[in-house]
Design a protein around this ligand. Sequence first.
Ligand code: ADP
Ligand code: MG
Length: 316
Amino acid sequence: MATNKTAVIALGGNAITVPGIEDTITNQFANTRRSLDGIVALARDGFNLVVTHGNGPQVGNALLRNELALGKAPDLPLGVLVADTEGGMGYMIEQSLQNRLRREKIKRPVTTIITQMLVRADDPAIKNPTKYIGQFYSEQEAREFAETRGWQVKKDANRGWRRVVASPVPYKAVPAEIIRNLVENGTIVIAGGGGGIPVYIDEKGNFEGVDAVIDKDLASAVIAREIGASILCILTSVDKVALRYGEPDQQDLDTCKLSQIKKYFDEGHFPPGSMGPKIKAAVMFLENGGDLVTITSFNNAREAVSGKAGTRIMPD
Ligand code: ADP
Ligand code: MG
């Protein structure tokens, strides 16, 4: 199958840090290599490719390191930590992919782009942060950090106190044109890692960082839309999207039209912290001209695109 179509492949958190496997860099590299089969298969089929990825566990560790070093090394803001993890994880994915492509004699350059994502300064999410990040603290520690470092803190169920940050909706990737040009010339671009670094444009027209995080599924949909991709492949830890997920009468979805998936979303089948953002990303992409969204597990990437596996969501 030869094609000039562009696909954006979003790698879920499990691609690099797998629950139950010790989170060392050696293991992160091994997990990364294992998650590349689908990307390599689509590269061989001639797809132009962008790879995006999550960074939840990694940015959590970066926050911990930053805290342990307080008073000894300069305090780093969240935006810089997101950029750091984009760089580090981009390096791991980039190198693993380069070695694999070389072995399989597929001649495609690979590069990583640290991606600033534009959000609106008046996004209501910024005034009402809801996304828990980093470590758990006692109430007293949490209140101290709120005082000394300007954090917003909240109790996370019964597990302790945590920092909360906003998760604003991105509307544009700052390097969209650069990504598009590279991808159309055959380069595989790793971009939008961890959802990218949220920035807004201030009164003077400058970019300014926000202490927030962007959902990687939404970031992937925005990038896909802006580079004119026709396919958004979301790779995660389940083979298919389901109705009544986890219930005895769970029903897996093979194909679904846009209007139908919106109906299921409204009925509450897709929770906010996991499947919800993927379905929102699918809707955003298809409503803006995308042809196909696939949601499936890592090893089914290619089969889902060709209609043999996964959940496929299409315009009406
Ligand atoms: P990722 O790191 O890939 O973004 P998430 O954990 O955020 O992964 O989301 C994937 C998870 O969503 C699955 O592992 C599954 O447990 C959960 N999930 C929740 N609702 C559904 C649903 N309706 N259908 C399938 N999976 C669902
Ligand atoms: Mg997720």
